[in-house]
Design a protein around this ligand. Structure first.
Ligand code: SAM
Length: 238
């Protein structure tokens, strides 16, 4: 997969050069390029923003530098990802979908966001996904781009050493993952649940399933479809 990120703060994307991209690059799975939007400006001040049409507070990112940048960076088969708090919620299903694409291009907004005509224009040329990483407002799209790239990259076939660990993770099956433990068996008076030390694989699987159901019902009732909330032996966990 190829990933291009366009931002006015390219240094913000430095973590992409660290472990994630490094590992994925070494494995030949991911190629990442970060671009400075200001490289596509033509005035002395390298201006990327202007006052909002219709008035109001703040500044809006001008369409011209974005148009020049995206004309250059997007290909015919690219997917343009635009982080915005007004986007559709980014979730594991979206990460799975994006992991099937060959080229993701991130347009990181700042200020009050990017002139909407940029999204409208490219929507007729390529797949465009406006995504929100949560119901809060960040200063810019860079952190959101890092979140999306990391969630997607770890789903690329061959990225995770142990693909099985992906299948059991939170949100993969619509449930939060069960609590996990390691050695020692007792720590500061807290014990690993005895069933996990029983060696009985059936009992362990049943305990984990019930624990995942209970956790989901308690913490994320919005995810907890009633049909899923029946534990082993038909026990109602809500
Ligand atoms: N005026 C915009 C609104 O109310 O929807 C908020 C703009 S925000 C201050 C600046 C940029 O941060 C956005 O263009 C977007 O790139 C990014 N951003 C902020 N919150 C985000 C979120 N929850 N998810 C994804 N991107 C976000």
């Amino acid at each position: 997969m190829r990933v291009d990120v366009v931002s006015i703060f390219p240094d913000y994307l430095a973590p992409l050069d660290l472990s994630l991209a490094g590992r994925a690059r070494a494995a030949g799975l991911l190629e990442v390029r970060v671009h400075d939007l200001r490289d596509w400006t033509h005035d002395r001040h390298r201006t990327v923003d202007d006052t909002p049409a219709g008035g109001g507070a703040g500044m809006v990112m001008k369409p011209e530098p974005w148009g020049e940048a995206l004309d250059e960076v997007l290909g015919e088969r690219s997917t343009l990802v635009v982080p915005t708090p007004a986007g559709r919620p980014f979730d594991q299903a979206t990460a799975r979908e994006l992991a099937t694409r060959e080229h993701l291009v991130f347009a990181c907004g700042r200020y009050e966001g990017i002139d909407q005509r940029v999204v409208d224009h490219y929507a007729s040329r390529v797949e465009v996904r406006e995504v929100s990483i949560g119901d809060y407002v960040l200063n810019g799209g860079e952190v959101a781009a890092l979140v999306v790239v990391e969630a997607v990259a770890r789903l690329l076939p061959g990225f995770m050493g142990n693909a099985e660990s992906l299948a059991e993770e939170s949100h993969e099956d619509g449930l939060l993952e069960y609590p996990v433990y390691t050695k020692p068996a007792s720590w500061r008076g807290h014990d690993v649940p005895p069933v996990l030390q029983s060696g009985d694989h059936g009992a362990i699987a049943a305990w984990r399933h019930d624990a995942a159901l209970r956790r989901t019902a308690e913490r994320r009732p919005d995810l907890a479809h009633p049909a899923r909330l029946v534990g082993h032996g038909g026990v109602e966990l809500v």
